[in-house]
Ligand binder design. Sequence first.
Ligand SMILES: C[S@@+](CC[C@H](N)C(=O)[O-])C[C@H]1O[C@@H](n2cnc3c(N)ncnc32)[C@H](O)[C@@H]1O
Length: 208
Amino acid sequence: MRLRNVKGAANVIEDSLYVIKNYEDYKGKYNMLFSNNNPIHIEIGMGKGDFIINMAKKYPKINFIGIEKFDSVLVRALEKIEEDIPNLRFIRMDATDIESVFDKEVSTIYLNFSDPWPKNRHEHRRLTSEKFLKRYDKLFIGDKNIIMKTDNRKLFEFSLISLTNYNYKIEEISLDLYNDDIKDNVATEYEKKFHEKGFPIYKIVVKK
Ligand SMILES: C[S@@+](CC[C@H](N)C(=O)[O-])C[C@H]1O[C@@H](n2cnc3c(N)ncnc32)[C@H](O)[C@@H]1O
């Protein structure tokens, strides 16, 4: 997802109190930023923010941080915030550098409709590749939880193998989320779009 040339996006991001700019200063001490010791959940590749905004409203005792690499996309999430959501923040960055941001403080990582990078030579860019799983190891405190949803069967199969090879245990799996139990499901923008088109949504919850 890339919206080119959203006029003024960089300024809106710079002025927003929801966007953490000096994120390296908070490494290992995000509890100070939120002024509490509640668990921290992050979404990598949050896009226009529907999921993370609604999760933060639904679970006020969890701190949520959304990571997005493009200004032009992140700015769309900022536009959706209508009321104060104290347990929500965003970081504009490429997740290849995620270890420079968090240190033993994240409980759960959400990977929703991540870019599939279908070419074999781009495998290392997939957010469930071993390269990324190694990076995530350093972020977690306690159990390592990853929750992934996608419409892309190939990415789903790749992720299942990658995660289990990396010793994650499957806690929950769905090959068609909307025909399974979705009572607590919070949909993402891509999820709504693909579900409306009739595509099955795959979901996996893993723990290590
Ligand atoms: C296909 S969209 C899905 C957006 C949203 N999660 C959803 O489900 O509607 C993938 C998003 O991940 C972002 N993204 C991809 N790779 C990323 C990375 N390495 N670091 C940060 N964001 C990334 C893209 O810019 C894009 O907004």
